[in-house]
Design a protein around this ligand. Structure first.
Ligand code: XMP
Length: 250
């Protein structure tokens, strides 16, 4: 990621998301997605997939073409599956996504380590792949879970849940964390905990209203951008504009 980001002078991760399409139109969806990867690849440093494409196209079917295309363009790929089940199930989920060709996946720390995310990190290590951990999500309701005040089991002190997750991300050897661009003050706090040891991925600029400058100045490493690019009249132009604007704040 870091290498591609340097080469392309871009810290924009494309979220390859599209609105719901009738499943019989999935060929059109596939073609649209291929076209966007071709058009925006010079301006982004990775491609993030979500269920928007996994469900209609299938991970070992249409999505294979998209993963191949992204990798041909030297773009790492992230599966935003927010792994969130018991360990044995998480392990199978991780094996399939990594086998399919994804370079990293996103996991939810609420399930904990033992019989939770530990098997995901083990699979990732064996396959030399990445795990990115949610720390604070970009939507309003994030405060109800990630924003709760909890008692830190290690220190015994009252702490916000997201700062406990940031510490766990470091301890578990995560390859990145996600903090919503809609909460720059939380990015700053998480950045202070991480001390630059792992990158912060920040979704929520554009349609969700996050402020790109505030997120980057607070310490976000990468910005995840979806609809502001995929729904733009000219996705290449939109990606270039967002990339160029982000560059001015680094
Ligand atoms: P937009 O269109 O709003 O898309 O730019 C954002 C993309 O990022 C996902 N998303 C998140 N993923 N943690 C994540 O792992 C988050 O806090 C978060 N917020 C948004 C969203 O599903 C879409 O793919």
């Amino acid at each position: 990621m870091a290498e591609v980001s340097r080469k392309r002078e871009s810290n924009i991760v494309l979220a390859l998301d599209f609105p719901y399409e009738k499943p019989e139109n999935r060929q059109t969806l596939l073609e649209k997605a291929e076209k966007i990867i071709n058009a925006v690849s010079p301006y982004v440093c990775a491609v993030k997939f979500n269920h928007h494409l996994i469900l209609p196209l299938g991970v070992f079917d249409g999505v294979q073409k998209l993963l191949k295309k992204a990798h041909e363009k030297e773009l790492p790929t992230i599966m935003d599956c927010k792994v969130n089940d018991i360990g044995s199930t998480n392990q199978v989920i991780a094996e399939y996504y990594y086998e399919a060709g994804f370079d990293a996946l996103i996991a939810n720390p609420f399930v904990g380590w033992e019989e939770g995310l530990k098997p995901v990190f083990e699979v990732a290590k064996n396959r030399r792949k990445g795990v990115i951990v949610l720390v604070y999500m970009s939507h309003k309701g994030a405060s109800e879970g990630y924003g709760q005040t909890v008692v830190d089991a290690e220190s015994g002190n009252k702490t916000p849940q997201y700062l406990v997750f940031a510490k766990k991300a470091l301890k578990w050897g995560a390859d990145g964390v996600v903090v919503g661009a809609t909460y720059p003050e939380k990015i700053k706090e998480v950045h202070a905990v991480l001390g630059g040891k792992i990158p912060i991925y920040s979704p929520g600029v554009g349609v969700q209203g996050g402020d790109m400058e505030a997120a980057l100045r607070a310490g976000a490493t990468y910005l995840i951008v979806g609809r502001a690019i995929t729904m733009a009249e000219n996705p290449a132009e939109a990606a270039k504009r967002i990339r160029d604007t982000a560059k001015t704040f680094k």
